[in-house]
Design a binder for this molecule. Sequence first.
Ligand code: PLP
Length: 422
Amino acid sequence: LSLLNQIELAPPDKILGLTETFNNDQNPNKVNLTVGIYKDNFGKVTTFPSISKAQKLIDRELGLNKNLSYLPIKGGKDYAENVKNFLYDESCSSSDTTKNYGKDLLDNNRISFAQTLSGTGALAISAKFLSLFISKKVWIPNFSWANHMNIFNKNGFKSIYNYSYYDLKSGQLTVDKWLSDLRERVGQDKSDEPHCIILHACCHNPTGLDPTKDDWDKIINTINELRMVPVIDMAYQGLESGDLLKDAYVLRKCIDPKYVWDNGLFLCQSFAKNMGLYGERVGSLSIVSPAHSPSTVKLAVDSQLKRIIRSIYSSPPGYGSRVANLVLSDPALKSQWFKDVHGMVNRLQSIRDKLSYNLEWDTVNDEQQHGMFYFTRFSLPVVQELRDKYSIYLTDDGRLSLSGVNDSDIEYVCDTFRKIEQ
Ligand code: PLP
């Protein structure tokens, strides 16, 4: 008897599975608003000017792709230096913090860093590391990106809890409930095993609503009091305000030395969206060790990180990280990149405005959302009807990828929404 016979069919991926259905749809009016990929007004996945220039330089002038040898397990040294500087120096020097605490972390060599297979890879390696050495308990917001549950569940986590993030009825965040959930459940857990918590750094997926700065202060105070382990998921840096540096508020706040994270602070960062490097899988994981820990701690963390990566995919791919590295290290390309992100965010906002105008949005919450998505709050039957009857594809939770709406489909989308809302 084969054990293979007992394997159950896994459900299709909640997001990527829909693209398969979309591709098979014969309706000429079909519109795919599912995946978080930025498309231009002609429905094309764009390559930013900064990225195109970097690609040309790499291919034609620098010949960087001539050497296709392995990268080191944790990625290239240059990439590590440039990304760490971008994240912990540039993104941490802002007028909303009195001091650049990130720079102190760099100067004091407290960051264990690895180039990862984009944000998903960073989250998966974090989950593996955490479940091996720190904890198998994690809190995920309700709602969240569906893959969070999947990643932690498949990488050793035994207990996965939801904290209350958003009220579907009112369309508002539920920060008080979130914190009282944690106080009640985590506060009363007397075991030594700490609880991890996933925080969306900005552009919360799928709701598009983030806590205010005051809210974040309360949230971070509470999770610190409860000795939780923050896992910051920063997949959309720059897509909230259009300003890459400004959007790292949660990181800046968490590394304020008034908070000591006894079990480390985890940052999972991605260049998929803000550089448009989706398929190249470029991102990073950093683990910040506490100020009081002996230097041997960082060495041990580094070494175990390496061992985990080696056991899964050995070393990261080269091309995309060379592109990101060049953009980060060349001042002209970098300033072009900042402009490119601004341009993308402006277009996303203009689509939001057009939808708002055409659909006569009146709720404050619709206007407040930001990022790549519009959270329609359509119920599952409505989402299914949109898909089956009109070939307009949203994710099951009613999330709509804004840049899929363009001049050629906006009328059809808005007419259909009006019809369906009646
Ligand atoms: N985290 C969130 C909340 C996301 O929405 C995404 C992508 O959709 C990711 C992480 C990771 O994306 P990637 O692995 O492409 O960097």
